[in-house]
Design a protein around this ligand. Structure first.
Ligand code: NAD
Length: 502
C-alpha cells in the first residue's frame, strides 16, 4: 500500500477489521477455494481520493473462469443447493444477510476506499440495500410455485406448471454500486436455486471478495457462489461464450451491454441487460420549489453523479425557472466535496482518472455547445479525482451533454412551456431508465406517468430503490428486471406438464 493511502486510512481511523482485510493478499473464490490467477498476474487497486495504490487483485484468466463455471455447474447439476428444502435455503440466505449486516462498517469502508464513495452513505444505502436484498429474496425461496390449469381439450388431463431454476448464472457487475448491484443479481439467483459466477468490475472488486468470505462463513455450499476478478474484455467476454453458463445478467454501459447481449443471444443464453441512463426530471409550476431543488440536486450529485438513474436532465416550467435555479444553486453549494472517509462527504471523488477525464471532456463540450455554465465546471487542484458539481442551464435537446450519459456530477437544465412540450422533450433520448416529476397536481402527474418512456417514474422523489420493486430500463437502457418478484421470472424456466388421466 502506498504511504499516501496508509496515511489517509490512519487519519480517518479506519476499523481494525478493514485493516486486517487489506493486510491479506487478495484471491479469487472458486469452488470454495481461495486462488490466485492461474498465470499469477495481478493489477493494482487505486484509492480515488489519494490516487495511491491500495492493494492488488488477481487478474483472472479464461482458464480461471472455466474452473469457476465447472464448480458452479457441478454444484448445480449434482450438488445439494438445488435440492435443499426451501426453508433450509431460505435460512442460509438469512444467515448471509445477518453476516453482511454485522460487518456493515467494514464493508462500507472497503466500498469507500475502493470506489471513492462516502463511507457513511455507503453504510446506509449500499450495505443496507445489500442486506435488504438478501432478506427480501430469502423470503421468496419458500413461496416459489407453479400453477394448475383447466384445459378445454376433449379428454381428461392434469395440467400444471413447475418453476425450475435456470442453472448457472454469470453476473457481470459495474463499479458504481459494486456490492449492491452484485446483491441484486446474486440474491435472486440463489433464491431461485441457481448457482453463480460473479465478475466484479476490475476497478472495484474488493467488497465482493469480502462478501465471498461471508458466503463461506454462512455455510453456503462450495460452488454456489464463485468470484472471478479480472478484465471485462477477457472474463466478461468469455462468460458470454461459455457453454456452461445458462444465463448472463449484466449491468453496465450501453455499448458493452450491446456486445454482451449480441454474444449471449448468439449462444442462445438467457440475458438481462441493465444499461445506461439519462433520466429526465420535470418540475411543474405548482411544485414545492425549495424541496424540488434539493431533491433534484441530491438525485444528480449523489455518488458524484455515478448513478445509472441519476436525474441528469431537468426540465423546469418557465414560470418557476429562475426561482428553481436560485434554490438549486444555493443548496448545491452546501454539499461538501470531500474524500469518502470524511463523515460529512456528499460529493466524493470520481472512481478513476479515466472517469474524471471523461467528465471534464463533457464539461468542455457543454461550453463549446453554448450551454450556460451556472455552477462549477472545474476539477479540484491536487490529488484525488474530484470534480465540482456542475450545472448547465438553457440547454437544447440536440446538445451532446443533453443526449449522452456523462456519469459524473453534471446537471443540464432547460425551461419548458407546456405539458405537450415536456413529454416530447423528456422522451427525446435513446435511454429510458427512469424519470422524475415534481408536482402535487395529481391530475397532471397521472396524465404524464403513462406517457413517459421509462422503467421507473419517481414522483417528488429520486432513486428510492427497494428490493420489493423491479428496476430496469426501456429503450437503450436495457431489458429484463432486477429486484421485485418480477426478477425471479428471469431466473427460472416454466415447465408445462400434461398427464392423461384415466
Ligand atoms: P462497463 O460497461 O464499462 O462495465 C461493466 C462491467 O462489464 C464491468 O464488470 C466490466 O469489466 C465488464 N465488461 C467490460 N467489457 C466487457 C466485455 N467486452 N464483455 C463483457 N463484460 C465486459 O460499465 P461501468 O463503466 O463499469 O459502469 C457504468 C455504466 O453502468 C453506466 O453506463 C451506468 O449507467 C451503468 N449502470 C446501469 C445500471 C442499471 O441498473 N441500469 C446500474 C448501474 C450502472
Amino acid at each position: 500500500m502506498d504511504t499516501v493511502v496508509s496515511n489517509y486510512l490512519r487519519d480517518y481511523g479506519i476499523s481494525p477489521a478493514t485493516q486486517a482485510f487489506l493486510a491479506k493478499p487478495q484471491k479469487m473464490f472458486i469452488g470454495g477455494q481461495w486462488v490466485d490467477s492461474s498465470d499469477g498476474q495481478t493489477c493494482p487497486v487505486i484509492e480515488p481520493s489519494t490516487e495511491g495504490v491500495l492493494t492488488h487483485i488477481p487478474l483472472g484468466t479464461v482458464a480461471d473462469l472455466d474452473s469457476a463455471v465447472k464448480a458452479a455447474r457441478a454444484q448445480f447439476d449434482h450438488g445439494e443447493w438445488r435440492t435443499l428444502k426451501p426453508l433450509a435455503r431460505e435460512r442460509l440466505l438469512h444467515k448471509l444477510a445477518d453476516l453482511i449486516e454485522a460487518n456493515a462498517t467494514e464493508l462500507a469502508e472497503i466500498e469507500s476506499i475502493d470506489m471513492g464513495k462516502s463511507a457513511s452513505i455507503a453504510r446506509d444505502v449500499d450495505i443496507q440495500g445489500t442486506v435488504d436484498t438478501f432478506r427480501y429474496f430469502a423470503g421468496w425461496v419458500s413461496k416459489i410455485h407453479g400453477r394448475t390449469a383447466e384445459p378445454s381439450l376433449p379428454g381428461n388431463y392434469l395440467a400444471y406448471t413447475r418453476k425450475e431454476p435456470l442453472g448457472v448464472v454469470g453476473a457481470i457487475v459495474p463499479w458504481n454500486f459494486p456490492l449492491q448491484t452484485m446483491a441484486w443479481k446474486v440474491a435472486a439467483a440463489l433464491a431461485a436455486g441457481c448457482t453463480v459466477v460473479v465478475k466484479p468490475a476490475e476497478l472495484t472488486s474488493l467488497s465482493t471478495l469480502r462478501f465471498a468470505e461471508l458466503v463461506q462463513e454462512a455455510g453456503i455450499p462450495d460452488g454456489v457462489v464463485n468470484i472471478v476478478t479480472g478484465r471485462g474484455s477477457v472474463i466478461g467476454a468469455a462468460m458470454t461464450d461459455h457453454p456452461g453458463i445458462d444465463k448472463v445478467t449484466f449491468t453496465g454501459s450501453t455499448p458493452v451491454g450491446q456486445q454482451v447481449g449480441a454474444a449471449s443471444v448468439r449462444n442462445l443464453k438467457r440475458v438481462t441487460l441493465e444499461l445506461g441512463g439519462k433520466s429526465p426530471v420535470i418540475v411543474l409550476p405548482d411544485a414545492d420549489i425549495e424541496a424540488a431543488a434539493k431533491a433534484v440536486a441530491n438525485g444528480v450529485f449523489f455518488n458524484a453523479g455515478q448513478v445509472c438513474d441519476a436525474g441528469t436532465r431537468a426540465y423546469v416550467h418557465h414560470t418557476v425557472h429562475d426561482e428553481f435555479h436560485q434554490a438549486l444553486i444555493r443548496y448545491t453549494q452546501t454539499l461538501k466535496i470531500a474524500p469518502g472517509l470524511d463523515p460529512d462527504c456528499f460529493i466524493n471523488p470520481l472512481v478513476s482518472a479515466t472517469q474524471k477525464q471523461r467528465v471534464m471532456d463533457y464539461i468542455g463540450t457543454g461550453k463549446q455547445e453554448g450551454a450556460e455554465l451556472v455552477l462549477g465546471g472545474h476539477a479540484l487542484d491536487g490529488k484525488g479525482y474530484f470534480v465540482e458539481p456542475t450545472i448547465f442551464a438553457h440547454c437544447r435537446n440536440d446538445m451532446k451533454i443533453v443526449q449522452e450519459e456523462i456519469f459524473g456530477p453534471v446537471l443540464v437544465t432547460s425551461p419548458f412551456d407546456d405539458d405537450a412540450d415536456i413529454v416530447q422533450l423528456a422522451n427525446d433520448s435513446p435511454f429510458g431508465l427512469a424519470a422524475a416529476i415534481y408536482s402535487n397536481d395529481l391530475g397532471r402527474v397521472h396524465t404524464l406517468i403513462p406517457q413517459l418512456k421509462a422503467g421507473t417514474v419517481y414522483v417528488n422523489a429520486h432513486s428510492t430503490l427497494d428490493p420489493c420493486m423491479p428496476f430496469g430500463g426501456y429503450k437503450a437502457s436495457g431489458f429484463g428486471k432486477d429486484m421485485g418478484a418480477e426478477q425471479l421470472d428471469y431466473l427460472m424456466e416454466t415447465k408445462a406438464v400434461w398427464i392423461t388421466l384415466p
